[in-house]
Design a protein around this ligand. Structure first.
Ligand SMILES: *Cc1c(COP(=O)(O)O)cnc(C)c1O
Length: 338
């Protein structure tokens, strides 16, 4: 097998196996291994018609010591349970979630990118209503699966700031809706805004709170943070997905002696930040260089290079994931025997 690890895109790359488990008659069955990329779904499955579907995203990192580490996978397991509760699906037990990750990693060992390439093994756990219903109600059967795909470094040209666009004519999620859980419906709702932003040359959108359009909400598929006066500030909102990366950056910020504030962030405050960024598993941090507000034709600029604090936060978290920086909080799990 000849893979150019450093040139991999952030996309789908076929691996050998995936793992699957079915919930039927009120219980989960045995974890099964499959070498097929396809799944056989009932045409009336609630996952297809009524959006009963949730997913997760996490990575396996080959460390400087050759070991493969998962990062805070228990948080992903917990979040998938929250998502399941939110749209009335069967919850995946933590033990099953863990077994699926370990099994699929081991089976696809040869697709785990080597240390130093910037590439990682991306895990995509998926849960959906597989049982047939025509009326709107929760399915009685569910499918849980995990596939993996090696993904390339997020920043091929280095850790460089991106430009994003504020949107006021689209919302991603309602205050009492499903914005706080990782369900596909939120992504469907954000696609038109995201597509337009890309067409206009922006890498992502910045959503405002759906009710008043006064506060910063989600930065596309990532959480927003700003930095000023040695303080890490991130929005508090009922419609934001709790990013595990953001939680970790908050802790690292505290460890570095910054103050951390999670509170509503008014739009007007954007121009007072010294640094701004979007955070999530894919990139850890996408430093934000520019925010464009089309309606008011205003551009807020943070500079052409990533700020010193964002850079330090990024380097520290990446260092922990790759086994170069001490894991003081016990965030990583070494996958033995890989
Ligand atoms: C997955 C996701 C994130 C990032 O969460 P991480 O746990 O850091 O990967 C942020 N926002 C949204 C809307 C997401 O779906």
């Amino acid at each position: 097998m000849d893979i150019n690890w450093s040139e991999l895109p952030f996309g789908y790359f076929k691996t050998d196996y995936n793992v699957r488990c079915y919930y039927r008659n009120d219980k989960w069955g045995e974890l099964e291994v499959s070498s097929s990329e396809h799944i056989d779904i009932h045409m009336a499955a609630t996952g297809l018609h009524y959006g009963q579907e949730a997913f997760e995203g996490l990575k396996g990192y080959r460390g400087v010591d050759g070991k493969v580490r998962l990062f805070r996978w228990e948080e992903n397991a917990k979040r998938m349970q929250l998502s399941a509760q939110g749209i009335m699906m069967a919850e995946v037990p933590k033990e099953l979630f863990e077994k699926a990750l370990r099994t699929v990693a081991k089976l696809n060992n040869k697709y785990i990118p080597p240390y130093g390439t910037g590439s990682t093994l991306y895990f995509r756990p998926l849960l959906f209503g597989s049982g047939a219903e025509v009326g709107v109600k929760p399915a009685k059967e569910y499918m849980f699966m995990v596939f993996v795909t090696p993904v390339g470094p997020y920043f091929k040209e280095g850790f460089k700031p991106v430009s994003i666009e504020v949107v006021r004519d689209f919302d991603r999620a309602a205050p009492l809706g499903t914005g706080h859980i990782k369900v596909g419906g939120n992504y469907a709702a954000s696609m038109r805004a995201g597509h337009r932003a890309h067409a206009n040359g922006f890498s992502s959108v910045l959503f405002l709170d759906a009710k008043e359009k006064k506060y910063i909400d989600e930065a596309g598929p990532a959480n927003f943070f700003g930095i000023k006066d040695n303080t890490y500030i991130t929005p508090k909102s009922k419609s934001i997905l709790h990013s595990i990366t953001n939680m970790s950056l908050e802790q690292i910020a505290r460890d570095l002696g910054l103050t951390v504030e999670r509170r509503p962030v008014p739009f007007e405050e954007l121009e007072t930040f010294e640094e701004a960024g979007a955070c999530g598993t894919a990139a850890i941090i996408s430093p934000i260089g520019k925010i464009y507000d089309r309606i008011n034709d205003v551009t807020i600029e943070y500079g052409k290079e990533a700020g010193p604090i964002s850079t330090k936060l990024y380097e520290t978290l990446r260092g922990i994931q790759e086994g170069r920086v001490e894991d003081k909080h016990g965030w990583t799990t070494v996958l033995e025997g890989i």
